[in-house]
Design a protein around this ligand. Structure first.
Ligand code: SF4
Length: 329
């Protein structure tokens, strides 16, 4: 990847949380939410991060946004390590990185009007106030498919899809470079999901945005993303372009996720890889390959040695000891 074109670089990032075993005990345990994660993304890219709940994808997003301090590691935005910045400079960088949350109702202050919710970032960053702010809010509401008439109204007066549009308007009003969207459509009806996905695609084209889309839903990721990261228990297990990942997945976990996508064809009988058991606890992750407790292809080495993330083919990175995946199991 040409270094000029790199918007975001994540280097050996770890985020551990200390948790208590019980209210009455001083004993502390360590939860390995994100464990040695590295990747880069290009300016203009739509990068998907996918995995089951508890795999660390949302924590990873919050550390990249500097909402959580890292345990160790670096995040470079346009070549600048954001964890080394003084607060004032970090605020400036944060202006270029905005977030869209999963639950469009919980993320909007119910006591604020739409005008104040969408216009608040302009005030926080000292970009506009008064009449200028109002004009900008009206313009952005039109851009996301709402009208300026909704400005005096409150979040409870809107449907889920409209509330997500308000959340998107708030995120784009200060012209960010990167938007991190955490499960942006999973709380919406299926009929509304496609509208919001199309809105995100159109805004990317119009405003030159880059996105990180976090989702457990591989169908949503396939619609939106150019490149995909698959995470399992705090680690990256596979990185590939969307075409490669969906046509030639390599890691057994990716294969299992893909084989669980429903296909609207009653005659289609896909080869399913069933995963047995629950995802292990990130407090006490398995030794060796973290996936070995559920992997149908595991062999001796898997329990002892952690596989490295290596480039098996050009731009296709996989963390698995197998040289090739058996045709079926
Ligand atoms: Fe399965 Fe072993 Fe590959 Fe892990 S390293 S995914 S356990 S085959």
């Amino acid at each position: 990847m040409s270094q000029d074109n790199v918007l975001l670089k994540v280097e050996s990032l770890k985020k551990y949380f200390q948790i208590s075993t019980s209210f009455f005990s001083d004993k502390k345990l360590i939860l390995h939410a994100v464990d040695d994660v590295s990747f880069e993304m290009k300016d203009g890219e739509i990068l998907g991060i996918v995995g089951e709940s508890g795999c660390g994808k949302s924590t990873l997003a919050r550390v990249i946004l500097a909402l959580y301090p890292p345990t160790s590691g670096k995040v470079f935005f346009n070549g600048i390590n954001i964890f080394e910045l003084p607060n004032k400079r970090l605020r400036e960088i944060r202006r270029q990185m905005q977030v869209i949350f999963q639950d469009p109702y919980a993320s909007l202050n119910p006591r604020m009007s739409v005008e104040n919710i969408v216009g608040e970032p302009l005030i926080i960053h000292g970009l506009a106030k008064g009449k200028k702010k109002k004009e900008k809010v009206a313009e952005i509401l039109e851009k996301v498919g709402l009208s300026a008439d909704v400005m005096p109204r409150y979040p409870h007066e809107f449907s889920g899809g409209q509330r997500q549009r308000i959340g998107i308007a708030r995120a784009i009003i200060i012209n960010p470079k990167l938007i991190i969207a955490d499960e942006p459509v999973s709380a919406l009806d299926v009929s509304i999901q496609a509208q919001v996905i199309n809105l995100l695609i159109n805004l990317k084209k119009e405003m030159g945005l880059s996105y990180i889309i976090i989702s457990h839903d591989l169908a949503v990721i396939e619609h939106l993303c150019n490149r995909i990261i698959v995470m399992y228990l705090g680690k990256i297990v596979e990185i590939a372009s969307d075409e490669t990942l969906y046509s030639s997945p390599y890691h057994p976990y990716t294969k299992a996720l893909l084989s669980s996508i429903p296909v609207p064809d009653p005659d289609y009988r896909p080869h399913k890889i069933s995963l047995h058991g629950e995802i292990p606890s990130p407090v006490n992750p398995p030794k060796g390959c973290r996936f070995h407790t559920r992997c149908p292809y595991k062999f001796d080495l898997c329990e002892k040695v952690e596989p490295k993330l290596i480039e098996k083919e050009k731009d296709h990175w996989v963390s698995c000891h197998l040289d090739s995946l058996p045709a079926s199991k």
